[in-house]
Write a new protein. Structure first.
Length: 264
């Protein structure tokens, strides 16, 4: 009887461990599924899967994973240009994160963009400066989440905030420098950033440059099927209307129309 009880107890412990591992995998799957929907531009499904990931992360009991998912919710709110949720969710993620950790810096990055959306340039720049100053410190953080946080990632978010705040020429310059420093493997993100840089060029009254960069981003959109790139290029297409008779602009708009008609 004692031996039977011991084996049942061992089996139960193994079962609990297996369930915990499966729940963690399920949480990671849900977060990744959300990112895929986000890249497609399907924000409703992206929100649904992030909500599931957040719920399941509590079951796993991994504080880093929970704070990472909350930061991702802030990022998604930023892509949706939600003036309220971005900052609120980013601040919540920072409260959940370990103090002075990489995940706290990730959330602070998204908070910066939220302040830009609200028209708060001082708060936005202060947040970005905090993240810049933290990069060396958080580089040794052992958490597997947010390992892509680096100088280029922070700079493209600074550029994104500058563009929203109407500082188009400065945003275009920051985007351009950050894109040049991106590693080769960041093909999809490069396309997103190039599309946003093109929008900034258009805002800075540089239509030829905007169209040229836009065509490069469009090529990546065709390669990847990224809805994020197409959404930014739709903004560019609209911004370039005043210069639609210029050859470079006309070429971009014709290619963009063809892409929409045949692929998206």
């Amino acid at each position: 009887m004692d031996r039977w009880f011991s084996w049942r107890w061992i089996d139960a412990r193994c079962c609990v461990a297996d369930r915990h591992a499966l729940m963690e995998l399920q949480t990671q799957y849900a977060e990744f599924t959300s990112w895929l929907y986000q890249d497609l531009g399907d924000f409703n499904n992206a929100q649904f899967w992030l909500d599931r990931a957040f719920q399941w992360s509590h079951t796993v009991g991994d504080g880093d994973l929970t704070s990472y998912v909350m930061a991702r919710k802030a990022q998604l709110a930023g892509e949706m240009r939600d003036l309220v949720d971005v900052v609120d969710l980013a601040e919540a993620a920072q409260r959940m994160a370990r103090p002075r950790s990489r995940l706290a810096a990730v959330a602070r990055t998204y908070e910066s963009y939220g302040h830009a959306l609200r028209g708060e340039p001082v708060d936005s720049e202060r947040a970005i400066d905090d993240v810049r100053n933290a990069l060396d410190r958080v580089s040794g953080d052992t958490t597997p989440w947010g390992v892509w946080l680096n100088e280029q990632y922070v700079e493209v978010h600074r550029a994104q905030g500058l563009e929203v705040l109407g500082k188009h020429a400065e945003a275009a310059e920051v985007f351009t420098n950050a894109i040049k420093a991106l590693p080769d493997g960041y093909h999809r993100d490069r396309g997103v950033y190039m599309a946003r840089a093109a929008v900034a060029h258009a805002g800075a009254d540089a239509p030829d440059q905007a169209a040229t960069v836009g065509l490069q981003a469009l090529s990546i959109a065709n390669d990847t099927g990224s809805g994020r790139i197409v959404r930014e290029l739709a903004r560019l297409d609209k911004a370039l209307v005043p210069w639609q008779r210029q050859p470079e602009v006309a070429e971009f708009r014709a290619h963009f129309d063809g892409t929409l008609a045949h692929q998206f």
